[in-house]
Ligand binder design. Sequence first.
Ligand SMILES: Nc1nc2c(ncn2[C@@H]2O[C@H](COP(=O)(O)OP(=O)(O)OP(=O)(O)O)[C@@H](O)[C@H]2O)c(=O)[nH]1
Length: 519
Amino acid sequence: MASKRYRLEWLKLLLGLVVLGSYLSWSVVERRLSVEAQEYKRLTAQTQIVDNYLNDQLAAISRVLNIVRNNIPDWRAANDSMAHANHEMEEYLKALTDVRNLSVYDRNGTVIASSQPELLHKNYQHRAYFQTTLNDPSPDTLHIGEPMLAVTGLYVFMVTKRIVDENGEFDGVVLASVDPLRFRTTLASVNYADDMWSALAHSKGKQLLMIPEQEGQRGKNLAQPGSFFTRHIESGRDTNLLTGTVYATGEKRVMALRTIRPSGLYLDEPLILAVGRDLDAVYKDWKRFALTRLIFFILISLVSCFLMYRVQRSKRRTEKAKRASAALIQQQNEQLNALNEELRKLAMHDALTGVANRRSFDERFELEWRRCRRETLPLAVVMIDIDYFKAFNDHYGHVIGDQCLQSVAQQLQQYSARGSDFVARFGGEEFICLLPNTDFDQAAQYAESLRLAIEQLNIPHASSEVSGRLTISLGFAVCIPGNDSASTELIVKADECLYRAKAGGRNQAVGVDGCGAPG
Ligand SMILES: Nc1nc2c(ncn2[C@@H]2O[C@H](COP(=O)(O)OP(=O)(O)OP(=O)(O)O)[C@@H](O)[C@H]2O)c(=O)[nH]1
């Protein structure tokens, strides 16, 4: 029962810990989702900033290229070897912060005008950007050339537009050479944490710039299987939030990727922007949060289990002590009861002969007196005295005398076989028998049977004057009990009869019925 209660307590504790654990787990998951959502939101916002900036820049470049293209007929007509054109393009260049030079190529790829005079008359027909522009019939397309290593050792990319003559035929290329390093400040401005970097790549995969700059990153081809770049391109979406390993650096990152494709411009190849954070850094605080929750949970579990164990152990000990003391009390009670019983027996029995003592007789006599009075039944009292017992003692000694008393008592007890008959030692060598519901004749018969029974014991009594063996004299009285004072009278009468039996020669029984004379 107790162990069931203890098990129930453990079950309750376990249930409490499960609830607490669930709550803590939920709070940890919820915190992670919130961190994730917040980080994704911020990263997306950062790419938007760069997108806006590049939109403006590309739109400005497109507008300037259009202006240059529109001015070409006038510049040609001026017949000053495009000196005026070079000068104007230098002025336009000042408005374009990200552009290193503006040039005009004729249909054969030779520079006929440029903001950078040393490029004049050089031929770039073999360049991919020239060929791409040549092969695209649309004059509205803004061509974004693949990044290429410039003579300066820096990666640049060419933004070009096709020039057409009055017949719509290809007549050259207007070009802006864009220096991606000029985007450095903008890219750096979106890196709001130390672990961040942002990067810009051409849609064919070549990386233009990574901020903060890392060795060997510029010009790297990102179009590799499984790279963030490839996953973004393959998704077909303009924006993506991806986590995984960065192809270019091998770091674990969360990256926001965006295709830069300004509306209103007809770009043949967009730019791809990536802004990302180190995953460990993003979840650093969250990990600490999760760890503290875990430690808290483990501590609570350990402490509560330990306390439960201690409390139950102490309860068990108390219960055990209680049980032990209850058993002890019970044992002591039993001993006490046995002792009381012993005392009661001692108090009510004669120590030498084992039959009831005088006190016990008095109680019993009173009880039987009342009962017989109530039921109007006769009650007989027989007084028994051993003949010449003093002489017996003198002759055989007191030890044999005691044994003799025991034998007589036993014999009397045996001959008082009725359940209601009662034998007691009255004092010294005197015994008394109480016989309820016994009339005079029955009492006389009983007294005689006792006398004979003692005779039959055949106890030698060499000093007896009536016989060679032990004999007894008996006096009995019988009456139907009346008032209480008559009870003493009944015993007195039995004693008187005994006296008469002694006087009459001993070894005989003398009785009296009620208040009549002895018979
Ligand atoms: N051994 C022994 N003797 C006892 C005990 N109680 C009483 N007596 C003896 O019993 C004797 C009684 O003697 P008396 O009263 O003179 O009577 P009696 O010698 O029996 O003579 P009658 O009764 O006249 O036949 C005394 O000597 C007591 O000492 C007892 O417990 N043990």
